[in-house]
Design a protein around this ligand. Structure first.
Ligand SMILES: *Cc1c(COP(=O)(O)O)cnc(C)c1O
Length: 399
């Protein structure tokens, strides 16, 4: 395998070399515990607080509203479980959507077992939540609305500003899982009325196992991890200093030339979409055509199993995904594709390709050429496709 084309940036991204360089001293020389009193540890403490400032700057907020965590899943768990516990005297109802990441959905299912009530909003055929349905779902005992900023499978970007306005109007807290959006799109938590926001470093060029939860001042969230007094008593455990430093650097790099970078990625992504829809019959694009992440393309190919597609692409050095990394390995079709109304047999033939700024037009041409051949080969082995062709011929003959 000479070539490796990595098109699974929604699952994780490469750590940027500059990020790695920034982290290195905090493994080797500056290993002090940021909570120790001696001068040697000050360097670690300063580095952690510098990173906090960078994250806060990106969100247009203050550093004391940013709490470092072990990643996106932890942030989602903390925000949702923490809120439902802290505001139990107001009520036990929360509103989310059917297309959230499992870090949100499984947390909600857990809370239902604990006696909470959860409304799972439907989405339309493009993956957008309905603002009318959202507003209609709000009750006096509703504590929280949790809607993802952008979907990790189909890339659809939700109407976050409008959702924030509805939440504010009704005095309901608003959490957003922004793991796919943060670092790729500008986010001002004040303009968008976001009370809590989850993000994860490894989705924007930082290391794995570190993220943050933004918590607006005044939101009464208790600690999720109990222990020491780190993170102002809200998240115990010795800080992951190299990870936090790396995330800070990744934030800084993501902020530089964000608009140009995302535009350029979208140009390459659009070339991919155009070529696939033009060159491969019975293919469809999933997700909203305009309101979508600049690096996301998600297709369904009729008469194809997504898993077989992935294995054959892998043999050509192409890393892709079917559904999300978390559901790969199970035969259940993606809950997101079912929620946009696709029947099981079509949802099974899905392929997600997520680009980075490193992806070139030439990479895309190579991938589409290989994909086209693979789809042809797989369909050639499919009795369903054979039947379909026969019935199509029959229809033509009858005309
Ligand atoms: C990746 C992802 C997560 C989980 O983040 P981790 O840091 O891997 O725990 C949560 N939500 C979304 C939308 C994601 O894409």
């Amino acid at each position: 395998m000479e070539k490796l084309i990595y098109l699974d940036n929604a699952a994780t991204t490469a750590v940027k070399p500059e990020v790695f360089e920034e982290m290195k001293p905090y493994f080797l020389g500056n290993y002090g515990n940021p909570n120790s009193v001696y001068t040697f540890a000050q360097e670690s403490k300063n580095a952690v607080e510098h990173a906090r400032g960078l994250v806060a700057g990106m969100l247009g907020t203050k550093a004391n509203e940013v709490y470092f965590t072990g990643g996106g899943s932890e942030s989602d768990n903390w925000a949702i479980k923490g809120c439902m516990q802290a505001y139990a005297s107001k009520g036990r109802h929360l509103i989310t959507t059917k297309i959230e990441h499992h870090a949100v959905l499984h947390t909600c299912e857990y809370l239902e077992k604990q006696g909470c009530e959860v409304t799972y909003l439907d989405v339309d055929e493009n993956g957008l939540v309905s603002l009318e349905a959202l507003e209609a779902a709000i009750r006096p005992e509703t504590v929280l609305i949790s809607v993802m900023f952008a979907n990790n499978e189909i890339g659809t970007v939700e109407p976050i500003r409008e959702i924030g306005a509805i939440a504010k109007k009704h005095g309901v807290l608003f959490h957003t899982d922004a793991v796919q959006a943060f670092g790729h799109t500008p986010i001002s938590v004040d303009e968008l009325n976001i009370d809590m926001l989850s993000a994860s470093a490894h989705k924007f060029g930082g290391p794995k196992g570190v993220g943050f939860l933004y918590i607006r001042k005044g939101v009464k969230l208790g600690p999720y991890i109990h222990g020491g007094a780190q993170e102002r008593g809200k998240r115990a455990g010795t800080s992951n200093v190299p990870g936090i430093v790396g995330m800070g650097k990744a934030v800084q790099m993501a902020a530089e030339h964000m608009e140009e970078r995302e535009k350029q990625i979208a140009v390459v992504r659009d070339h991919l979409i155009e070529r696939v829809l033009r060159d491969i019959p019975y293919a469809r694009l999933n997700g909203h055509r305009q309101q979508r992440l600049s690096n996301n393309a998600n297709f369904c190919f009729r008469f194809i199993e997504g898993e077989s597609l992935l294995i054959m692409l892998d043999q050509k050095g192409i890393c892709a995904s079917s559904g999300s990394a978390c559901t790969s390995g199970s035969l259940d079709p993606s809950h997101v594709l079912l929620a946009i109304g696709l029947p099981h047999e079509i949802a099974h033939g899905s392929l997600r390709l997520t680009l980075s700024e490193e992806t070139t037009l030439a990479d895309i041409d190579y991938v589409v050429d290989e994909l086209k051949a693979i789809v042809q080969r797989l369909r050639g082995m499919s009795p369903l496709y054979e039947d379909f062709l026969k019935s199509e011929e029959g229809k033509k003959a009858a005309e």
